[in-house]
Write a protein of this length. Structure first.
Length: 235
């Protein structure tokens, strides 16, 4: 069965902040939908596009899957603790909600290892190689790129050409949250310290991996694999 794209509208950080706030306030799904409809209509004129955008936001923060359920409580705590953490927290929730976002981030991260500039053509072709050239993906890929620009992950150098914009975080609990999310969605088993610090899924973020903070975090297990320190998730 073909993977569902789903993420067909561009998103903005204030919109993500709003849906997280509404959920944290304890509103039920019906109330959150009503509030988001009202909120979004000031920036989106089409009722259809309001509904589509609302449902994407709901899937990220309100509707549940195994990944988001494992992240949401900690995600809300981190945002409440410091609004400066909003971007990496929302990023993690998006990774947990949309496989197409996972794949685009991983592909951009890989391209960014070798090239300073990344083009729309490169991104789309890499995505098509994995997902197939379908009309829904053609439309959604533009929205995904627009979202990455709006979130400050990509900077436009000229039309269709981008560079990665880095965001630094030195708080161990943010680094651990980023790693916990990545390891859940990637599910490769063991990771070296270097792999954790340079994950494509987390391409716009610069953060440090502290062995001490990992040892103190009961979500992780540290061992050795192939003569290297290896980190995995506890069962």
């Amino acid at each position: 069965m073909a993977k569902m794209v789903g993420l067909s509208r561009n998103l903005k950080l204030p919109w993500l902040n709003e849906v997280a706030r509404l959920y944290a306030d304890g509103l039920d799904e019906k109330q959150i939908k009503e509030q988001l409809n009202e909120y979004l209509r000031y920036e989106i004129s089409s009722p259809t596009n309001i509904r589509k955008t609302r449902e994407i936001l709901m899937k990220i923060w309100v509707y549940e899957n195994d990944y988001t359920m494992a992240l949401r409580g900690e995600a809300l705590r981190l945002i409440k603790q410091n609004s400066d953490y909003a971007l990496p927290v929302h990023w993690c929730m998006m990774l947990a909600s949309y496989p197409v976002f996972q794949d685009m981030c991983r592909l951009i991260g890989k391209l960014g290892e070798f090239e300073e500039s990344i083009t729309t053509k490169q991104i789309k072709q890499k995505l098509y190689d994995e997902w197939g050239e379908r009309s829904t993906l053609y439309h959604s890929s533009d929205k995904l790129i627009a979202t990455l620009k709006a979130l400050g992950a990509l900077e436009s150098k000229k039309t269709g050409v981008y560079s990665i914009k880095r965001h630094e975080f030195f708080k161990p609990e943010i680094s651990n949250f980023l790693m916990f999310t990545m390891m859940n969605v990637d599910d490769a088993g063991y990771y070296t310290m270097l792999e954790l610090e340079n994950s494509g899924y987390l391409f716009p973020f610069k953060y440090s991996v502290s062995r001490e903070s990992i040892l103190l975090d009961d979500r992780f297990s540290i061992g050795t694999f192939g003569g290297e320190v290896a980190i995995s998730l506890r069962g």
